[in-house]
Ligand binder design. Structure first.
Ligand SMILES: *Cc1c(COP(=O)(O)O)cnc(C)c1O
Length: 460
């Protein structure tokens, strides 16, 4: 016998809205760091699975009560760790609708509503980022899987050009695919190559900002003739730097290579007239990976895989099956590794519609301006040195010795005022500053700089 409560959506939804309001309102003042560690939280969860159920509204309360103390102020304006966006109001609400609508977004004909919204979001993205209008746009979980998608299309295409049918014959016995990357590519590229059975890439040198050296790339490519993929980067994790796309793509083209660009957070510079010089010539590549959950500030998870040749994307990711009712115009699953998935492109549509073209330009310019302000303020702190040219949204800072840099990082995190992660760059311990949140404002910058100055003062 079903209890009446099982059909009641109202109570759980109302409780979720209440908890959401509390959480969002707390972001401004709450410590950015969580109140409890994972070990401490285990005690709250450590019970056998109860024999009987609980009404939905009470489940939501119980969950919020248990998880709350372990939440980090990640969507707030003083979170500068990793590369983490917050969420725009319209994108958050759209994401809720995606869950409520509960559409499996793999087929156009099956779920025309969300499929069309995603298609429109894809069209807007290509326009905004200045990429070829006929490209396939796939909504994957993140840039890792978007890199995987682009590199999978690349693998099939370069092998096909060498006379090898990867889809039919697999990798065993295939000509070796040469993959060339810059020294400072993001390691998710290596991970994607591992998933693809392509092994370790050939690494060419980069300059002091981490940009691939196009001369070194040319020399590397001039060696043996082989099916070749060149992977470039828009937005270096430590410096924010962009590879010199014009020269690097020209070098790759001379040797018949496929060019893939990891632009997880950097590709968005193309959306700003003031910053698009950073991505100049990037449209000449064959595939691009980016994230919407970083610079665009939609909720997790949302990566975007773009492949200029729709046939190449379909060859690598497509699947034909009679029960799937394929649409002659192509289906969303042909641009991503997954079949079943949520319509994660819908919040992208909402964010873009909410911001408009000028709003996206303003967003990316603001992130870069905030990063420059932070770097400027940090330079005034005794003993602090900003190691990179702050051209985009990232900065890497040393406070002298590696030990002191680590100590300042620890003290900053202990303060709960702002969140920045430690890392290593150019053989030094650094404090990494990533400005990726749409809501970071003047007071967030002031508080963060004051907390950093404090952390640096007490440790020398
Ligand atoms: C974040 C990031 C990735 C990985 O993206 P996910 O969304 O975490 O999968 C890849 N490349 C770069 C440059 C990144 O910043």
């Amino acid at each position: 016998v079903r209890r009446v409560d099982e059909f009641d959506f109202d109570a759980p939804i109302e409780r979720a809205v209440a908890h959401t309001r509390d959480w969002l309102a707390s972001l401004r003042e709450r410590p950015v760091t969580p109140a409890r560690t994972a070990q401490e939280l285990v005690a709250r969860f450590d019970t056998p699975l109860p024999e009987t159920g609980l009404p939905g509204g009470e489940v939501v309360d119980a969950l919020a009560e248990r998880v709350g103390p372990g939440l980090v102020g990640m969507p707030g304006g003083r979170f500068f760790g990793l590369v983490i966006g917050g969420t725009h109001p319209a994108a958050l609400a759209a994401d809720w609708l995606v869950s409520a609508w509960d559409q499996n977004a793999l087929l156009r004909g099956l779920t025309p509503g969300v499929a069309t919204a995603e298609q429109e979001a894809g069209r807007w993205l290509l326009d905004l980022l200045g990429l070829p209008a006929e490209s396939t746009v796939g909504f994957a979980t993140g840039a890792t899987m978007a890199n995987f998608t682009g590199l999978a299309a690349a693998r099939s295409a370069v092998l096909a050009r060498a006379g090898w049918d990867l889809e039919a014959d697999g990798l065993s016995g295939a000509p070796r695919v040469r993959v060339v990357v810059g020294r400072e590519r993001h390691e998710s590229v290596d991970l994607a190559l591992r998933y693809l059975g392509l092994g370790r890439p050939l690494v060419v040198d980069a300059d002091e900002q981490g940009r691939i050296d196009p001369g070194a790339l040319h020399r590397e490519l001039a060696g043996a003739q082989a099916p070749t993929i060149v992977c470039l980067q828009a937005g270096n994790l430590h410096s924010g730097a962009f590879d010199p796309f014009g020269e690097a793509i020209a070098a790759a083209r001379r040797h018949g290579a496929w060019v893939h660009v990891d632009g997880a957070f950097g590709l968005w510079a193309a959306a700003s007239p003031a910053l698009e010089h950073l991505t100049a010539a990037v449209a000449g590549a064959d595939s691009w990976a980016t994230d919407a959950h970083k610079t665009l500030n939609v909720p997790y998870d949302c990566g975007i895989a773009i492949v200029a040749d729709p046939g190449a994307a379909r060859t690598a990711m497509g699947m034909r099956s009679s029960y799937l009712m394929p649409d002659p115009a192509g289906d969303p699953h042909e641009g991503v590794p997954e079949l079943s998935r949520r319509a994660r492109g819908v919040p992208v549509w909402a964010a873009l519609r909410s911001l408009g073209r000028s709003g996206v330009a303003d967003l990316v310019e603001r992130l870069a301006a905030r990063a420059a302000e932070l770097a400027e303020g940090i330079r005034r702190i005794d003993g602090a040195e900003v190691l990179n040219d702050v051209v985009w949204s990232q900065a890497s800072v040393s406070f002298g010795s590696d030990d002191r840099t680590r100590e300042v990082t620890r003290r900053l995190l202990d303060s709960g005022e702002a969140w920045m992660s430690g890392s290593r760059w150019r053989d030094r311990a650094v404090l990494r500053v990533s400005v990726s949140n749409w809501s970071t404002d003047d007071s967030d910058i002031r508080r963060t700089l004051a907390a950093l100055a404090d952390a640096a003062r007490v440790s020398s």
